[in-house]
Design a protein around this ligand. Sequence first.
Ligand code: NCD
Length: 314
Amino acid sequence: MQLEHLLGIEPLQPQQIKKILDLADYYADQNRINAQNNNALAGCTQVNMFFEHSTRTQASFEIAGKRLGADVMNMSMEASSIKKGETLIDTALTLNAMRPDLLVVRHPHSGAVDLLAQKVNCAVLNAGDGSHEHPTQALLDALTIRRSKGRLQRLNIAICGDVAHSRVARSNIILLGKMENRLRLVGPSTLMPSNINEFGVEVFYDIKQGLRDVDVVMMLRLQRERMDGGFIPSEREYYHRYGLDAKKLSYAKPDAIVMHPGPMNRGVEIDGEIADDLRHSVIQEQVEMGVAVRMAAMDILMRNRRKNTKETNI
Ligand code: NCD
């Protein structure tokens, strides 16, 4: 598998997705039995550059790197030279000159991480760029689904809420579509992307119809920070119409799983009790699978890099 960077799900073949998930599955089991650290990333320098606030994703990448023996550095971009006027590319070139092996980047602008990857010699992992892609989130969601349902094909999956602003939704639509599932998007028309017809999925504006007989209910956070106007009448009204509660969930299959990428707005897109109900909710498992998927992705990128880099032992 000759992946140099992981910038999105779009360029991946189903076979490559499966390979990442298989390795992640192995790491998930290892993590559970508290197996001895494997040193797949020993000697590698991993730099996490987060230009947007993040709690779980940054922590997850940090833990994943450390579990594999990498030297991990978190750059606080709030305090960085970007504040002094340096461009993203100059920051990248400066870092590149320090010869890291892996850059994990989150940025508020779609396409910024791809651009950066063109300017550096190390492997780049997209940890979320604007409303474009968030590949490791889609992979961890896929692994969670595969472990819960025993397969990742022919499932009815509803992605609900603020689809328009969500890189999680975009990466998931691409991944779950490549793996031949039946996808539905559910939410108000104001929160659907304008090019919705290009996605080749069913769209429902009524959540009860949208959830009927689905195997997987994936809720999305209402992304207030990406909205610049009145996309919804009020949070109360939104909860009433689209917030997942027991009544709405009862339209899904009895063994349906409930997912959310976090951070959750309880009482806005999801009822707190549903989020905590372990008969359906796999939200904590998603977090757990996040570490395993990031270990797998970084392991594969570093193996490819070792294969491709000429030794410069002089
Ligand atoms: C998501 C993100 O940042 O895109 N969260 C995450 O990665 N844990 C989803 C979100 O912010 O709603």
